[in-house]
Design a protein around this ligand. Structure first.
Ligand code: GLU
Length: 491
């Protein structure tokens, strides 16, 4: 059986988009499932839109998601990606081959001439295709244009390739995801494969690279379907084997428009900055087009790889439900190893003086606050009262839970008991708090939760939050006393 080789080929004109992460994932899964290889290629032929910052972001994001690529030029013991701009000397040879075979021709048209053709088409309400004006230039005509200082681009001749390899201008291919796809190639203009500055265009470089890298299956977004027909003709014109193609539906925002910044985060790194876990992100994007056979949606990358089948990927568009991602992220936060979670939480706590707490205390704080949160950035607010001396009251809390006579009585009694509390023993603290609640229930008929709301309000400024035993233990006697007395005195 031929070796399965796939690739992810991002253009570094932005940070790694979540949609590209999904394409990378499906390629990775397909390779894993079939004992194949998964290659990363940076498509940076468009120098103006490329930046090193984006290249680094793409690397880091893919690695953070666990989508490590299997090969590439070795850089200090690690695989670098293949990078098109480092391969510029490869492409002209293949362009020359197409010129020699008559499947390409030099085009001397200036940008102004091309613009005029486009305007003419718009005026006549026609879709623009290149006029092929340069297709039949004689050697003398070309020499004359060269002498004028014009540098030619190289165009691919659609019609010649079509006629050489297909009986009909309508050409077909069997898409791994979408089944039969076809296109009338007479509607495709002769496109540029090499620009006049000697650099290849996307459609050309991609074919040469996929051919040389022996890519067997090309899995990518359906926005590339129209390119696929052009690329098939180039493979054929080069006498190369045409790989198999699979096109994934698009990822749309909940309002069914193209997912964009106005809907929320779109780059993997932005999601991470907001406090999404990469495990949750990868699990979530896997479900954009793929469904697990057992209906169990929470799955690790390895589990997904076991179950993945490209022909079961949905051919339609998927909706990026931010709410579902939030839910899923919450599930991952809930079950993550506490040490790991604490480490990931730290960047979200940098407004606090973390040296106030020991590592063990910080882990306790995170453990007792992780339950309802959906993103790590929720922690910034949720752990506020564990730091500093004073607290801020949430709206209405002071009036309802501190300023009443009943509350003041509770606080005064609590204050009087504090010396007997064992602040180093969370279990003991729970027992003592239980006795405290019972005292007010039995003697004054005050509901236990009301008693606790008051104590909690005085210590945290809120009526909900971490476990009270943890709060007392982590704050310690001195801070607890200070906050309780402050709540008593501020009446
Ligand atoms: N570089 C192209 C892009 O970022 C993808 C190329 C491909 O998958 O063929 O859209």
């Amino acid at each position: 059986m031929e070796e399965i080789r796939v690739r992810i080929a991002p253009s570094p004109s932005g940070n790694l988009h979540i949609g590209t992460a999904r394409t990378a994932l499906f390629n990775y899964l397909f390779a894993k499932k079939n004992n194949g290889k998964y290659v990363l290629r940076i498509e940076d032929t468009d120098a103006e839109r490329t930046s090193q910052e984006y290249i680094d972001n793409i690397f880091d994001s893919l690695k953070a998601l666990g989508l490590n690529w299997d090969e590439g030029p070795d850089v200090g013991g690690e695989y670098g990606p293949y990078t098109q701009s480092e391969r510029f000397d490869i492409y002209p040879k293949y362009a020359q081959m197409l010129l020699d075979k008559g499947f390409a021709y030099e085009c001397f048209c200036t940008p102004e001439e091309l613009e005029a053709e486009k305007e003419e088409a718009t005026k006549n309400k026609k879709a623009y295709v290149y006029s092929k004006k340069c297709q039949n230039l004689t050697e003398e005509e070309k020499a004359k244009l060269r002498a004028e200082g014009r540098k030619p681009a190289i165009r691919f001749s659609i019609e010649k390739a079509q006629k050489a390899f297909h009986n009909n201008p309508v050409i077909h291919f069997d898409d791994l995801v979408k089944g039969d796809l076809h296109q009338d190639t007479s509607l495709i203009g002769d496109f540029v494969i090499m620009k006049s500055n000697g650099t290849p265009t996307y459609n050309f470089a991609v074919v040469i690279d996929d051919m040389l890298m022996k890519i067997s299956h090309i899995i990518r977004g359906e926005d590339h379907i129209s390119n696929t027909f052009k690329q098939i003709l180039i493979y054929e014109a080069l006498g190369a084997e045409v790989p198999k193609f699979g096109h994934l539906g698009m990822i749309l925002a909940p309002d069914r428009s193209k997912l964009s910044k106005r809907h929320g985060a779109t780059a993997v790194s932005e999601f991470v900055e907001k406090g999404y876990l990469t495990e949750a992100l990868i699990n979530f994007v896997a479900l954009l087009g793929w469904s697990p056979s057992d209906g169990q949606e929470i799955k690790s990358l390895d589990e997904i790889a076991q179950d993945f089948r490209i022909n079961e990927v949905s051919s339609s568009n998927s909706i990026f439900e931010y709410d579902k991602l939030n839910w899923m992220n919450g599930q991952y936060i809930k079950k993550m190893d506490i040490k790991e979670l604490t480490q990931l939480a730290k960047p979200f706590l940098n407004k606090y003086d973390l040296t106030e707490l020991t590592q063990a205390q910080l882990e306790k704080v995170i453990e007792s606050t992780r339950e309802p949160i959906t993103v790590l950035s929720d922690l910034t607010n949720d752990v506020a009262y564990f730091f500093g001396k004073d607290i801020e009251f949430e709206e209405g809390v002071k009036e309802k839970n501190i300023d009443t006579e009943q509350a003041q009585n509770i606080l005064k009694y609590f204050d009087s008991q504090l010396d007997s509390y064992d602040f180093n023993n969370e279990e003991k603290l729970h027992e003592q708090l239980a006795e405290f609640r019972t005292y007010f229930k039995e003697n004054f008929g005050i509901k236990p939760k009301e008693t606790m709301w008051t104590v909690r309000a005085a210590l945290t400024g809120r009526t909900h939050g971490a476990d009270m035993g943890v709060i007392l233990e982590v704050l310690g006697k001195e801070k607890v006393k200070y906050r309780i007395q402050k709540a008593i005195n501020c009446k």
